[in-house]
Design a protein around this ligand. Structure first.
Ligand SMILES: Cc1ncc(COP(=O)(O)O)c(C=O)c1O
Length: 400
């Protein structure tokens, strides 16, 4: 841990941490005061200058540009390849619907994807007669097994593979760079594009997307980055952009002449942006992202997240009555675990456990598939919070 920063002082910048033990970063992060202040200031400023005015317009354009640049630099890509969205799911829907699907095309989906993405894929399959197959990632832990499984599902008609960089239910990290290589080398009729749901990896992993070479990487600002809800983005590889069509279309994505004529879509990823958004919250997102750098580099933060998640994983694994879903130490901030059969058969449930913990101001969540509870640790989580969580589970378990 960087020794120039006292963690308890640092944590005071996050009001949500004052009165609870928070383990739900994968659901939503805790917003720092600097982000709240920047949002309020931006709203006040916009009201002062407009809000609808020439100056307001220019300010909005600058805010969007600054935000794309900030996010792009975090991901090691160019700002022109970033489209601002409202959420991870919105960002996933842009490539999902933007491919000109033909009947018989094949889409490969992992069995550990979030419901929103699964539902969109089902609708695409129905609408365009796209064949969907499911890769079984559940239970796999080795990079070689992930690659072999994907490899066995690829077909000459495969056009898209949809997976998460970090699986939201187990916390498993996927070997994304190798998966990209595998798809690039596969002799499909079309390039096999890779769409990544990055809800659980952005703000956790040090990332260089240009190096990884992924096609689409969709994420939100409100989880691990601790920004406000309502901000997200999708990275689109320049080559993948060439054959992707905008689906939601609006004034933000088109070029209009002085006389009001629409001459086409913007040349860069802004063509996928649609219309009016809550622009003043972008400043809050940038403040959150920048604050994390004050604590440490992306690698320092990831190192500490791994240290803490392994600490929690080990303590849970030693707890009688609890099984962790991963059999190897986690490489992300998510730790999912199940109550032993003997307690479940006696009527205990993960929902009751999570409710009981919440009544003690300890916040984590349940997951339906597989039925389990999930705790998340951020780099600013304290070991003492983890100790308290484990102690609370130990006390509650026999009474469930
Ligand atoms: C893997 C994954 N994808 C998508 C989502 C939905 O995120 P959003 O609300 O930003 O679309 C979540 C979490 O809620 C998630 O864990």
């Amino acid at each position: 841990m960087p020794d120039h920063i006292d963690l308890s002082t640092y944590r005071q910048q996050f009001p949500a941490l004052n009165n609870k033990l928070y383990f739900n970063y994968g659901g939503q992060g805790v917003m720092p005061r600097v982000a709240e202040a920047a949002i309020i200031q931006s709203y006040e400023y916009l009201q002062q200058i407009g809000p609808f005015s020439g100056e307001g317009d220019a300010w909005i354009t600058r805010e969007c540009a600054k935000t794309r640049a900030c996010i792009a630099s975090e991901l090691g890509v160019k700002a022109e390849n970033i489209a601002l969205t409202e959420s991870t799911t919105f960002g996933c829907n842009i490539p999902l619907w933007g491919i000109d699907w033909q009947p018989g095309d094949h889409l490969l989906l992992s069995d550990c994807e979030h419901q929103g993405v699964v539902a969109a894929v089902a609708e695409i399959s129905r609408r365009f007669q796209v064949e969907v197959s499911m890769c079984k990632f559940w239970g796999l832990t080795s990079d070689a097994d992930f690659l072999a499984t994907i490899s066995s599902h690829l077909r000459p008609t495969t056009r898209l593979i949809v997976l998460s960089h970090v699986l939201w239910n187990t916390g498993q990290l996927l070997p994304l760079a190798d998966i990209v290589q595998l798809c690039r080398q596969y002799p499909s009729h079309h390039p096999v594009r890779i769409l990544v749901d990055a809800a659980q990896s952005v703000g956790v992993l040090p990332l260089n997307l240009a190096e990884i070479g992924v096609d689409f990487y969709a994420f939100t600002g409100h989880k691990w980055w601790c920004g406000p809800e309502g901000v997200g983005a999708v990275y689109i590889h320049p080559e993948a952009m060439a054959d992707l069509h905008p689906v939601f279309i609006g004034w933000r994505g088109v070029v209009v002449t002085e006389t009001g004529e629409i001459v086409g879509f913007k040349a860069d990823a802004r063509r996928f942006e649609v219309a009016t958004s809550a622009y003043p919250i972008y400043a809050g997102w940038r403040e959150s992202v920048n604050l994390h750098h004050e604590w440490g580099s992306p690698s320092d933060r990831y190192h500490r997240i791994r240290h803490l998640s392994q600490y929690l994983w080990q303590k849970l694994a030693q707890l009688s009555g609890i099984q962790c879903l991963l059999s190897t130490p986690p490489e992300s901030g998510l730790i999912s675990f199940q109550i032993d059969q003997k307690y479940l058969q006696a009527g205990a449930t993960h929902t009751a456990l999570v409710k009981s913990l919440e009544s003690q101001n300890i916040m984590l969540r349940t997951i339906r598939y597989p039925d389990c509870a999930r705790a998340c640790v951020h780099y600013f989580t304290l070991e003492s919070e983890i100790d308290q969580l484990v102690e609370a589970i130990k006390t509650i378990l026999p009474s469930l």
